[in-house]
Design a protein around this ligand. Sequence first.
Ligand SMILES: Nc1nc2c(ncn2[C@@H]2O[C@H](COP(=O)(O)OP(=O)(O)OP(=O)(O)O)[C@@H](O)[C@H]2O)c(=O)[nH]1
Length: 226
Amino acid sequence: MSGQRVDVKVVMLGKEYVGKTSLVERYVHDRFLVGPYQNTIGAAFVAKVMSVGDRTVTLGIWDTAGSERYEAMSRIYYRGAKAAIVCYDLTDSSSFERAKFWVKELRNQEEGCQIYLCGTKSDLLEEDRRRRRVDFHDVQDYADNIKAQLFETSSKTGQSVVGDLRTDANLGTDGYVRDHREGLWNAGPEHQSPSLAVSPVSHPSRPRPLFTFLTPDHRHFLVTAL
Ligand SMILES: Nc1nc2c(ncn2[C@@H]2O[C@H](COP(=O)(O)OP(=O)(O)OP(=O)(O)O)[C@@H](O)[C@H]2O)c(=O)[nH]1
């Protein structure tokens, strides 16, 4: 197994305009592009190569188009995905209904895919709380029900408010979380495949969202900015 290359496929799903592309931009380039909104056509792919212990991991992120016009196409992109980040806009209740649609799809079609729910544009709520259209507790209940983790993020500010997740994990110099605590990552039976799982989290010393990886031996959690 030593030196084996592992590929992790992650798919971004959600209604158009919820901010999937912006989230990927933030993860990959740590930037927020201003300018006129440009809808994704079909899907965009971003690959990131990184080292996890003695392995080279290629993380492939498929950023799908949210428009219902491309719905059939999006199904092609989630096939075989290890993780799906299902996004909804915190200021748009219909986008949460659409997120539920994708969750249902994934649960029916991709049982092995770990689902992450991501509420986007939290900065708009910082400006005005009344703009919230999707109740945090409702989504948390839903997330618990489907065994998904929930995040509220802003690609604009880079802030990732991650609910009850512990953000004080002890980060080793090699990037592994030594002091893993219950709640930061719950390695339940759904993670027992030899592949990696992926999750965006935040860390106090690094305000932007990070990804954590469950290593193939299930003993370490790699935290990395993509
Ligand atoms: N204020 C704010 N605006 C955001 C944020 N994320 C995205 N936006 C804006 O929301 C609009 C849509 O963002 P995109 O990232 O293109 O959305 P998308 O989900 O990829 O859209 P499709 O490609 O059509 O599926 C753009 O005008 C972004 O600038 C955020 O965190 N805060």
